[in-house]
Design a protein around this ligand. Sequence first.
Ligand code: RP5
Length: 187
Amino acid sequence: MGRKAKSAQAEAKGDRQPVVGIVMGSDSDLSVMGEALDTLARFDIPAEITVASAHRSPQRVAAYAHGAAHRGLKVIIAGAGGAAHLAGVLAAETTLPVIGIPIGSSPLGGWDALLATVQMPAGVPVATMAIGKAGARNAAVLAAQILALNDTRLQEHLRRHKLELADEVDMKAEELRRKLENHDHRA
Ligand code: RP5
């Protein structure tokens, strides 16, 4: 694991037991997967992050999946780029829900990762998100939604999150209206 990923993991651990585990195929995926970690932090969900590769360290991946539920994790988020089978391999080794994020790090720009992540055989689901940072952010929101099924505080947080999204769009619509108004006045 690279230095950046190690310090992210240390920060992510905090005092509380992580309930979401983020696994990425390489520390080079941290710029994308950090979005999931940041979003979970905004929901005040304790999380951990680590590196394990389905192809380069398959035993580490299997050990992580086998121990995950026992350690208190409720959801696993997995992101990988080239030959992106990480989420699927984790899903094969655990009964926890697994959310996959295809990362656009290969010369094919993420199409290959998208197909490898989404196209699972029947019986082993991976909830596949969008390619890249939007997918990483959505993975964290989906994890929050899963955890909120038994958590009224999180349900309220998610409700506020929806309102914030709507407020942002309203603000942009208002900014655009003002810009166009000024433009009309000048014309
Ligand atoms: C994948 O290969 C990783 O998930 C990463 O997106 C990509 C490149 O990895 P590095 O060569 O940067 O370690 O397994």
